[in-house]
Design a protein around this ligand. Structure first.
Ligand SMILES: [Zn+2]
Length: 171
């Protein structure tokens, strides 16, 4: 409940979800569906409250300041490829944070002028888009418990994985 009170002071638009069991071995408890925030999302997504609260901090203190610093304009849309997936970590027996909707995979951003920033295309470069993505990655590390990007491994070459699991990692 404390977490939802924190969300009430954020720009997040969301609905609380009833506990459910959408896939074998992956019950969802205390989750929300986030529709929008200061940014639009490429699609709404299911999330735990802690992940939603971390996102709100990230948006305000890292994402938008980075966009203003590099491009002089805000991010209008965030593109992602999902939060909930009932699975283990690739190459591991451990349960992914995605299995409890406690992780989000961010693939890109769209600026107010329509320009699109892609993790896959722009991370390897040296221009302003690459600088923006590094600022976003560093800022994500301050808000989320785990932030994994293209420099972590090939599985993350096209997205930033952020989660609120028990470990802290910034790679
Ligand atoms: Zn992920």
């Amino acid at each position: 409940m404390l977490c939802q009170q924190a969300l009430a002071t954020s720009p997040l638009r969301y609905t609380a979800l009833a506990d459910s069991n959408p896939a074998a071995d992956c019950p969802l408890e205390n989750t929300l569906r986030v529709q929008a925030s200061g940014v639009r999302f490429s699609s709404s997504f299911i999330t735990t409250c802690p992940l939603a609260a971390a996102f709100a901090l990230f948006e305000q203190h890292a994402l938008q300041p980075a966009a203003q610093e590099v491009f002089g304009q805000p991010v209008m849309q965030l593109e992602h490829v999902g939060s909930f997936a009932c699975r283990t970590i690739a190459g591991s027996q451990r349960r992914s944070q995605h299995a409890s909707a406690n992780a989000l995979d961010i693939t890109g951003f769209r600026l107010r002028d329509g320009r699109r920033i892609s993790v896959l295309r722009d991370w390897p470069g040296e221009g302003d888009a690459a600088r923006f993505l590094r600022l976003v990655h560093n800022g994500a590390c301050d808000s989320f418990n785990v932030t994994l990007g293209p420099q972590y491994n090939a599985a993350h070459r096209d997205h930033l994985h952020v989660d609120m699991g028990l470990f802290r990692m910034c790679r």
